[in-house]
Structures are given as C-alpha cells and as structure tokens.
Design a binder for this molecule. Structure first.
Ligand SMILES: C[S@@+](CC[C@H](N)C(=O)[O-])C[C@H]1O[C@@H](n2cnc3c(N)ncnc32)[C@H](O)[C@@H]1O
Length: 288
C-alpha cells in the first residue's frame, strides 16, 4: 500500500513537472533541456537539474574546457547566443566566483531573446549580426578586448536539412564577425557548428583568423535527431590578417557561391576531429 502511495506521489510530481515544462514552452530552451520530450534518463539533463544549471548544455562547455583549458587566464569573456544561460553560469562559476575581488573580470552575455538575470553577469538583448551589438559589448569592456568568446548559437530549425545547415553556418560566421571586433590577439573562440558538406569552407575561413582550429564533439552533445550533426570548433590564438579591419557590412559573409566555387583538391582540408568528455568521468571533480 505504502509503495503504491509513494509511486503515485512520484507520478504526480513527474506529471506536474512535465505540465509545468509544457506550459513554459520552449522559448528559451532551444537545446531542448526544458523540452518535455527530453529523456528522463538523460544523465546530463538530470545532472544539470541537480547542479542548478539552466540547461544540460553546460556540460558541453565544461567538457571542452577539460580538453582545451579554455578558461585559463581568462578575465573578460563574451557568451554569444547565451539564453537560457547555462554557459554563462559555467563562466560565472569558473571565472568570476574564484576571483570575486578582481575588478578586471567581466562576463557579457548576449541573446536575441530575453534572458533571466544572473548575478555578476552583464546581459544584453541583441542580435549578433548587428554592429550595434558588437559596439554595446565593447562599451562594457571600456575599450579592452575579450580573452574568450563562446557561441552556442542555434537558429530556428526549419526541418529542411540544407536550410538548417546553411542558417547555422551563417550564424557562426556572424559570431566570427562579432568576435573579430572584440577578441584580443591570442584569444580563443569556441562556437557550435553543424557538420555538413561546407565544413572545409568554414574551417578555411576560421583558419584565416586563428592559428589552431579543432572540431570537437563533447560526450554530452547528443547523437539524436535534429542535433546529430552538432559539434563545436575550438579556435585558439587569434591572429587577424595584417590588413584586416573588422566590419559588419556583410556580417553573414558567403553571399554567393555555387558548386563551381566549392573547394577541391588540397583546398578541401580535412578538419582535425577530437571527441572529448567521458561519461565515466561526468561526476569527476573537474566538472565541478
Ligand atoms: C542552444 S541556445 C543557447 C543555449 C545556451 N548556450 C545555454 O547554455 O543556455 C541558442 C540560442 O541562440 C540564440 N540566437 C539565435 N540567433 C541569434 C542571433 N542572431 N543573435 C543572438 N542570439 C541568437 C537563440 O535565441 C537561443 O537562445
């Protein structure tokens, strides 16, 4: 009897939570963390809830850091496409909280949607394809540049595979464009990409600006349906070309190209690929 009562209470709780999530909609849950379709046995989803992260995406950034030490020595950081804010929470926990007294530390988070405030983090509502957004970010750094820019941007998914890949590549180029306004030489840029046939073009474009560009797939990045192709690029040591002047005139770049202009031969570069993060180590103290 007791077992039945407890089971019914648990079922009621689960149902209430699912109803709440449904009611919330997915306005700020593009990575489906708040999506009721997300599996209840998803270990990262549960761990995100336990640790108070707004989305399971937090673990992607943590796993990238384990492999690439991207937070080392970072004082000024920009989180592009930040809502609902789990990456900003990671940045706050790892960069701001251990150095609370350092006035140089600044985290600026940007999203086209509203984002719930996060103590110690400056939030900007803005479109990363707009010059005004780049200017607002630099204004907060009072003329100084960022050490790290991260971007987990995802456009609205149409369901049309090619269109979705194209939109994602345009968003990463917009992110790169903003980054060239705000990143210091030697800095790091981490961005979400969807693997597709234009990968080597994207890689070549990133290599113009960074000494090292590696594609990574954190274990917490799901291998299911819409996000199957999700990976991240870790671009280190920002070295813009000598003559380069940041501009937002064509923030989406790649205006026109056709089958004829696709790269072939040695120009079609094979991107170094690295898996990182390990479920065995998800409770590892390094994730905390
Ligand atoms: C997967 S979510 C980011 C999740 C976030 N990293 C986290 O950990 O909570 C993708 C975000 O990209 C934002 N986005 C898409 N296009 C944008 C644009 N042009 N400018 C700013 N944000 C954009 C969406 O509003 C959405 O919140």
């Amino acid at each position: 009897m007791l077992v039945l009562v407890v089971a019914s209470e648990i079922a009621t709780e689960v149902f209430a939570e699912a109803t709440l999530l449904l009611a919330k909609g997915d306005a700020q849950c593009r990575d489906r963390t708040c999506d009721p379709r997300v599996s209840w046995d998803d270990i990262y989803y549960r761990k995100a809830k336990e640790e108070g992260y707004r989305a399971r995406s937090a673990f992607k950034l943590l796993q990238i850091d384990i492999e690439y030490n991207i937070f080392e020595g970072v004082k000024r950081v920009v989180d592009l496409c930040a809502a609902p804010g789990s990456w900003s929470q990671v940045l706050r926990n790892r960069i701001l909280l251990p150095n609370r007294d350092d006035p140089e530390i600044k985290i600026v988070s940007v999203d086209i949607q509203d984002m719930a405030p996060l103590e110690g983090v400056i939030t900007i509502k803005g479109d990363i394809t707009k010059l005004s957004t780049a200017e607002e970010i630099t204004h907060h750094f009072a003329g100084k540049h960022a050490d790290l820019v991260v971007s987990d941007g995802a456009p609205d998914v149409t369901g049309l595979h090619d269109v979705d890949l194209y939109n994602q590549s345009q968003l990463i180029l917009a992110g790169l464009n903003v980054t060239t306004h705000i990143l210091r030489p030697g800095g790091t840029f981490v961005a979400k990409i969807f693997k597709g046939r234009d990968m080597s073009l994207l890689y070549s474009q990133l290599k113009i600006f960074f000494e090292s560009v590696i594609m990574v797939k954190p274990k917490s990045s799901r291998n299911s349906s819409l996000v199957t192709l999700e990976s991240f690029v870790v671009c280190q040591n920002y070295i813009p070309p000598n003559e380069y002047t940041p501009t937002m005139i064509h923030p989406m770049s790649m205006q026109h190209y056709t089958e004829e202009t696709l790269m072939t031969g040695s120009n079609s570069i094979i991107v170094p690929f690295m898996a990182c993060g390990d479920l065995n180590g998800y409770a590892n103290s390094r994730l905390k």
